[in-house]
Design a protein around this ligand. Structure first.
Ligand code: 3MF
Ligand code: MG
Length: 344
């Protein structure tokens, strides 16, 4: 069964534990060492920010960037890994301080386009056609600071620029409603796919759904995934968990709401996700209190919980399900689901 689903995560998921209230608590793990951990933990795909692959990219010429990315590709090949996607990290650079694609300053918007071109180059060198757009600072702290109508047009232009620059790349938009911004543009998969439909090549634009982001929008992650699956637009997921409406927690998958996790797995099963060849990505953070030698358990545990839930979905008695649905006895169905999850 493990063979049917392919798993991925990004190097940022093995991290030093800093939070807004305190410094790092674990020392950095070098990229070369992280890469060696993937296969051991049952992961085949690496998710990248552009500068995860080429950290000093802002100081390098395009040809140098491509060469450095090609070296990373060789490292991946050596480990039997593949790059799943590359995401432009627009939110750490000074020019991205007020959003990049939707910045009021045209110089910042221009920088974001050039950076996008380099992101596409890196994706090519790493051997993936998938770009992920998490639109971190594309939004506002206060509504009056931007013309939101213009901002959405800028976003459409930015996506079109990507599509024009590289006719082979595909783009998965990762919606999130807030954090770091008070409100972000494209807060849900509905928004993301609406704008996708208006691009110059809608078939090359889809979505990545993160559990926590859907929950922060007050939505059910499994229904968000179902919406995208029904349109053939679920191109990756960032599974994790979230304990209510607060900061983006990136908890271990299933750790806060096991039933919610069961339903996300169920919808991936119903949608035939493994056959699409797409990855099950985990965007999870270790607790700050976790000691270094066990600070990857959030990843391996999330994978284990996912696979346990695949088993739970597949072994849920179909006759019980069908009978409850036929009788419209959803109380009975609810009890059956809970008892199944409890192993009764
Ligand atoms: C933020 C996120 C990000 C994105 C990542 C790739 C740090 O809430 O989820 O993870 O997933 O930047 O796009
Ligand atoms: Mg994410």
């Amino acid at each position: 069964m493990a063979g049917e689903y392919r798993f991925s995560f990004g190097p940022w998921n093995i991290h030093e534990g800093a939070d807004p209230f305190g410094p790092t608590v674990r020392s950095s793990v070098a990229f070369a060492k992280k890469v060696r951990m993937y296969k051991q933990m049952g992961f085949d795909g690496v998710q990248f920010h552009d500068d995860d692959a080429v950290p000093d990219m802002e100081k390098l010429a395009p040809a140098q960037i491509a060469r450095k990315a090609a070296a990373v590709k060789r490292t991946l090949d050596g480990e039997g890994l593949v790059a799943e996607f590359v995401a432009p990290r627009l939110w750490e650079h000074p020019k991205g301080i007020d959003g990049a694609f939707t910045a009021n300053d045209p110089k910042c918007r221009k920088w974001a386009r050039t950076r996008s071109e380099r992101t596409a180059d890196i994706a090519n060198a790493l051997g993936t056609k998938l770009i992920v757009l998490w639109l971190a600072r594309e939004g506002t702290y206060i509504r009056e600071s931007k013309n939101a109508i213009e901002a959405h047009k800028h976003l459409l232009d930015a996506i079109n620029h990507f599509l024009e620059y590289d006719p082979e790349i595909t783009i998965a938009i990762e919606p999130k409603p807030n954090e770091p911004m008070d409100h972000a543009y494209l807060p849900t998969i509905g928004h993301a796919l609406a704008i996708a439909s208006q691009t110059i090549d809608p078939k090359r634009v889809g979505g990545l759904i993160e559990t926590a982001h859907a929950l922060l929008a007050g939505l059910d992650p499994s229904d968000e995934m179902a919406f995208a699956l029904s349109l053939g637009k679920l191109w990756s997921v960032h599974l994790n968990d979230q304990n209510g409406l607060k900061f983006d927690q990136d908890k271990t998958f299933g750790a806060a709401n096991l039933r919610g996790a069961f339903n996300q797995v169920r919808v991936l099963e119903l949608g035939g996700y493994p056959a699409t060849g797409r990855f099950v990505g985990l965007d999870v953070k270790a607790m700050r209190s976790q000691k270094s030698d066990v600070a990857t358990r959030h990843l391996s545990n999330s994978r284990t919980i996912f696979l346990d839930l695949v088993e739970k979905v597949r072994t849920f008695p179909k006759d019980v399900h069908d009978q409850c649905v036929a009788n419209r006895d959803y109380e009975a169905l609810e009890l059956a689901v809970i008892e199944h999850l409890l192993g009764k």
